[in-house]
Structure formats: structure tokens, C-alpha cells
Ligand binder design. Structure first.
Ligand SMILES: *Cc1c(COP(=O)(O)O)cnc(C)c1O
Length: 407
């Protein structure tokens, strides 16, 4: 007898409740198909995807150039392990280096792995190049940071839901308030190897630091011979209207972490890109990944670099983001609207409800978004979205806020 395959939303949600783990509280929407900015659920309802996989889907669902590259590579070679060379990885490393204006590229899979890799590289550089006594290298991070979910990374988070209960925490991190370059400068000591920072804090609610902040962080890190690591996993690769948000701020980092959109929404691909002399502190056998740099991921990543190389997605993010921002700021019901490019955090007036309430109502009306930190609705539609689709998003959001206001 063949097992009954559940197909409808209610069945799927019940199945998820039975065998899933409770680390997510997804909206009750079960998706089975996607194309461009739109997804369809198992009951045939269509939704505008205004989250885009937290920016992993910057090019929308199943961009034909990316799926083409993936199909082609599936038919050639998918995995070799780094015990051997493969014929896609060097081109991927060149493509990322050319796109980002960097010298060397260390491939990994997930964002957290890229951040972990950057931490390891920065510590080794601190000990071996800067002459910090072995085991003493420290890294300065910002309050409100989000750099992933590994035990080391959550240990320097100040978000209780990310951190509490998961200790003991790794030593070697000093946290300063985000956006305060004076506090950051004061935290640098002779043992500081690096500053790790998001040019815009995504998970914290799309927090844009004051103008000149990143440039000042760069100035004081150069002065103290401290590495600057910009975590561009969410802010990079077109989202804010530039390939790297740091470039918009006139800042060159020593290392960048990249992820999310680097895999085109098809496969996890991350990387640390930066100075050859810094990444070059790693010796054979000191760091690696079974899947990192595999030819399938490299082929998709190269195709992503190709799309970003045209500049059209960055331009679209700027132009459409400007329009989306204008329209969002006209809506009653938000106490703050922050953003850059096609990326916004909108704080819901507590008199109306919280971010979750808004997202649940949005989903019921065919728009998918996700709340963060209670009050904030995060919007990051794919960069292939049209002006008309932005109107659908804002009009729906307006109706939801109006209905919540009416109670
Ligand atoms: C998402 C994210 C990460 C972690 O990426 P994963 O692929 O989920 O491990 C790290 N840093 C930033 C800024 C992110 O937005």
C-alpha cells in the first residue's frame, strides 16, 4: 500500500507539528512552487514574497540564468571534496574577487561558517602577524549583532532568545554599542585583532548606523592595526543598491563575509573575501569544509556574480527601494520606517498590534513578510520585483494597518 501523501495546508502543518522541531514558529503557509517574486501554496493560493529568504532570494525564485547554470552543473560534476581541484572553484573565486574588489576568496557553505572562518583567520593573523601573544587575540563586536547560530557566535550576541541557555560561551569577544564609534575606539586594546560588524544590522530590525560611522570605524581600526571584518551576508550582493554596503560608505574592509544571495536561492554558498596576506595566514590542514567550494555551489555562485556584474540589480534596488520607502512612509500605523535599497524595517504602532499580527494578516491577503524583535516588520522583496508588485505590497499593508486600527 502506498502511504497517503498529505497535500493540503492543514495536513502539512499537522505533519510538521508531529515530527518537526520547535525552533521556528512559521506562518501557517505551506509553499510548493515559486517563480520570480511569487510563490504558490499547496492549496493553490499565490503570495507575493516580500521576505525573499531573508535576502537569499535576491534574484527571486528560480531565476532562469541561475537554474540553467545549476542544471548544467548537475549533469557534469557536483562534489569532489577539496582533496582535489575541481574546474569550477577557481573561476568562482576569481568572480567573487572581481565583483567585490578583493584579492582572495575562501569558500564555505552557510553564513555562520563564513563568520566562524573569518574569526579563525583574524585570530591567526593576530597571533602570527600582529604578534599578539598566543591565545590572547580578541574581537570587538556590536550590540544587537546577528552573525549566525553557532555556539561561538551566539555567545557574543546580546539577544536573549539567541543566547540564553546555550552557554558556556567562548571567550575573546568585547561588545560595544552599535553606531557609537567612540565606544568602539575605546574598546580597542593591544590584544584586539579585529572588529566584526554588520554595515546595516538586518536581524536587529534593519538598523542603519549614523552617517560616517563605518568610515570612522575604518579610520580607528587602521590607526590601531586592527582588521575590519564587514559581515555583508545580508547587506551585500545588491540588497542595499550596491554590491557591498561598505562601498556606499566609502569603506574597504580587510575581510568581508558573504552568503545568502551568493547561492542564488538554490544552494548554500558562503565565502570570506578579502586581503590575500590576511587570508593567507591559513596553512594546509588548518581549515576546511567537506562541501565548501564544491563545483555545484561554485557554478551557481559564478552565475550569481554574473548577474551582479551587470549592475542592473543594484540599480533596481536603489530605484525601487526609493519608491517603496516613499510609499511606506506615507502609511499611518508605523512609528518608524528604516531602510536602505530594497530593505526596510517598519515598527508597528503598539496600539495596533505587533509585527506578528501584521504578518499573519498580510499572509491571509497574499503577501509574505516576517516580523523581527516583536514590533518590526521586515521587508526585503526580491530585486526582480516590479513597481506594480510594490504597489500590491504597500496597498495590502495599508489595508492590514487600517483594519488593525479599526480593531
Ligand atoms: C543570515 C546571517 C548570517 C548567518 O547566515 P546562515 O547562512 O543562516 O548561517 C550571518 N550574518 C548575517 C549578517 C546574516 O544576516
Amino acid at each position: 500500500m502506498t502511504a497517503v501523501v498529505p497535500t493540503r495546508t492543514a495536513d502539512q502543518v499537522a505533519l510538521a507539528d508531529r515530527h518537526g522541531v520547535t525552533n521556528y514558529a512559521p506562518l501557517p503557509v505551506v509553499l510548493s512552487h515559486g517563480e520570480g517574486a511569487w510563490v504558490t501554496d499547496v492549496d493553490g493560493n499565490r503570495y507575493l514574497d516580500a521576505l525573499a529568504g531573508y535576502s537569499a532570494l535576491n534574484f527571486g525564485h528560480r531565476h532562469p540564468v541561475l537554474t540553467e547554470a545549476a542544471h548544467r552543473q548537475l549533469d557534469a560534476l557536483t562534489l569532489t571534496a577539496r582533496a582535489f581541484h575541481n574546474d569550477r572553484l577557481p573561476a568562482f573565486q576569481r568572480d567573487v574577487a572581481e565583483l567585490t574588489g578583493t584579492e582572495a576568496v575562501l569558500p564555505m557553505n552557510t553564513g555562520a561558517e563564513a563568520v566562524e572562518s573569518a574569526i579563525k583567520v583574524a585570530r591567526a593573523w593576530g597571533h602570527r602577524v600582529r604578534g599578539i601573544p598566543e591565545g590572547r587575540a580578541r574581537i570587538v563586536v556590536a550590540g544587537g549583532n546577528f552573525h549566525g547560530r553557532t555556539t561561538t557566535i551566539v555567545g557574543f550576541s546580546d539577544d536573549p532568545s539567541a543566547r540564553d541557555g546555550f552557554g558556556p560561551y567562548a571567550d575573546g569577544f568585547d561588545r560595544v554599542p552599535y553606531g557609537d564609534s567612540g565606544a568602539l575606539a575605546a574598546a580597542l586594546t593591544d590584544d584586539t585583532a579585529a572588529v566584526l560588524i554588520e554595515p546595516i544590522q538586518g536581524e536587529a530590525g534593519v538598523i542603519v548606523p549614523p552617517p560616517g560611522y563605518l568610515a570612522e570605524v575604518r579610520r580607528v581600526t587602521v590607526e590601531r592595526d586592527v582588521l575590519l571584518i564587514c559581515d555583508e551576508i545580508q547587506s551585500g550582493l545588491g540588497r542595499t543598491g550596491a554590491t557591498l554596503r561598505s562601498d556606499t560608505e566609502g569603506v574597504r574592509a580587510d575581510l568581508y563575509t558573504l552568503g545568502k544571495a551568493l547561492g542564488g536561492g538554490i544552494v548554500p554558498v558562503s565565502a570570506v573575501a578579502g586581503r590575500r596576506d590576511v587570508l593567507g595566514v591559513l596553512r594546509p590542514g588548518e581549515h576546511g569544509s567537506t562541501f565548501g567550494g564544491n563545483p555545484f555551489a561554485a557554478a551557481v555562485g559564478s552565475a550569481v556574480c554574473g548577474l551582479l556584474g551587470t549592475g542592473e540589480y543594484q540599480a533596481a534596488a536603489l530605484e525601487l527601494g526609493g519608491y517603496l520607502g516613499e510609499r511606506l512612509r506615507e502609511l499611518p500605523g508605523f512609528t518608524a520606517v528604516r531602510g536602505a535599497g530594497l530593505w526596510f524595517g517598519c515598527d508597528v504602532d503598539p496600539a495596533l498590534g505587533d509585527g506578528r499580527a501584521v504578518c499573519v494578516e498580510l499572509a491571509r491577503r497574499g503577501v509574505l513578510a516576517k516580523e523581527t524583535h516583536g514590533v518590526t516588520v521586515r521587508l526585503s522583496p526580491p530585486l526582480v520585483v516590479t513597481r506594480e508588485e510594490i504597489d500590491v505590497l504597500v496597498d495590502t499593508l495599508g489595508q492590514v494597518l487600517e483594519d488593525l486600527a479599526r480593531g
